[in-house]
Design a protein around this ligand. Structure first.
Ligand code: SF4
Ligand code: MG
Length: 340
């Protein structure tokens, strides 16, 4: 089956006064139809940049897409004009952000805002849009929806606002929802409610979801597959279950070791010695080399490991970018590998 969205070798730079930030260094990810792909990584690893590129929101300076492709439903998104992109964005592909207020306009009523995507993208009357908006507010678990339509965002709690934003994002019945840390700004009880809601809506709307988080516990609740990002690269991609059962990349292993108990509210990213490399003039080999507990020598510093399925792995969907698996590549390592 053709994936709904396929990101291939995406490279994104930001031009800053300090130099060129190589934010994405050849990111490849794919999302099947009705599938939820989780993307995990520390802040600054390129998760949001990947999401924004897919929304076509990084087409102008200081951002520059320097290579790669983003294919959505057979269409190359990077070739579209703004106008063509606008037809898809907010209709077939929608996005929710960490802070609901960044999607809401404080001077418009909830009703005006929830109706807006339908009025913009569909040939509907205001009455029909109103009716559908009320239904959507009910579907996202908001009581007294008719009255809520006349309220302003200020009158709502954070959790209610995020529900409104979800209603706005789903009113056009998108094929792909991009959710960037949608529960991070909420307190834990509300976070759990929003996750339950998204899990239900994902079934009800039969949509694909790109779900971004720094929190493995949250991702594991909803994702079918997961991409692990580190310093602008995808270092491993696999089934959600595989990430816990047989992670391959040293960074993923660290993540999986900290297997979340859902009750544990502490930050779930494990502490790993060292710091993430600067993305201005980044290291030329593996970007994890400076922190890797399984570092194997010069090859790690000099050769960027490709994201591939090692031949010893049956599951063709598990891919890893690490020199530990060089001797398990089809053709064998093309470079000398030090003793392990
Ligand atoms: Fe560690 Fe080397 Fe693998 Fe990078 S390539 S994760 S440094 S073993
Ligand atoms: Mg982010």
């Amino acid at each position: 089956d053709e994936p709904l969205l396929s990101i291939d070798d995406l490279q994104v730079h930001f031009h800053t006064e300090e130099g060129t930030v190589e934010a994405l260094d050849g990111v490849s990810l794919s999302i099947g139809r009705d599938e939820v792909l989780g993307v995990i990584g520390e802040s600054g690893c390129g998760k949001s940049v990947t999401a924004l590129s897919t929304m076509g929101l990084l087409q102008s300076p200081p951002a520059e897409i320097v290579g790669g492709s983003i294919t959505y439903d057979g269409t190359e998104l990077l070739d579209l004009t703004d106008e063509e992109l606008n037809e898809i964005r907010g209709d077939e592909i929608t996005m929710i952000y960490q802070d609901p207020m960044s999607s809401l306009n404080p001077v418009l009523t909830i009703g005006q805002q929830v109706k807006e995507p339908l009025l913009a993208h569909r040939d509907v009357t205001d009455e029909a849009a109103h009716e559908r908006a009320v239904e959507m507010l009910e579907s996202v678990g908001l009581a007294d929806a008719e009255r809520l339509m006349t309220e302003y965002p200020d009158a709502l709690s954070g959790g209610m606002r995020q529900r409104v934003v979800i209603a706005m994002a789903l009113i056009t019945e998108p094929k792909l929802l991009i959710a960037d840390e949608p529960t991070t700004a909420l307190d834990v009880t509300i976070q759990a409610q929003i996750m339950d809601l998204l899990t239900d809506l994902r079934e009800e709307f039969e949509m694909s979801v790109l779900f971004i988080s720094h929190d493995l516990a949250v991702i594991s609740e909803i994702a079918d597959r997961i991409g692990v990002m580190y310093a602008g690269n995808v270092v491993e991609q696999c089934e959600m279950r595989t990430l816990f059962e047989s992670p391959l990349h040293p960074y993923t292993r660290k993540l999986a070791e900290s297997i979340p108990s859902i009750e544990d509210e502490d930050d779930r990213l494990p502490t790993i010695e060292g710091t993430v490399p600067e993305l201005i003039d980044p290291p030329s080999g593996c970007r994890f080399a400076g922190r890797c507990p399984q570092y194997i020598g010069e090859v790690c510093d000099t050769v960027e490991p490709p994201l591939e399925t090692p031949s010893a792995i049956d599951d063709g969907d598990q891919k890893v970018a690490c020199h530990l698996y060089d001797d398990q590549r089809e053709a064998g390592p093309p470079w000398p590998v030090g003793d392990e």
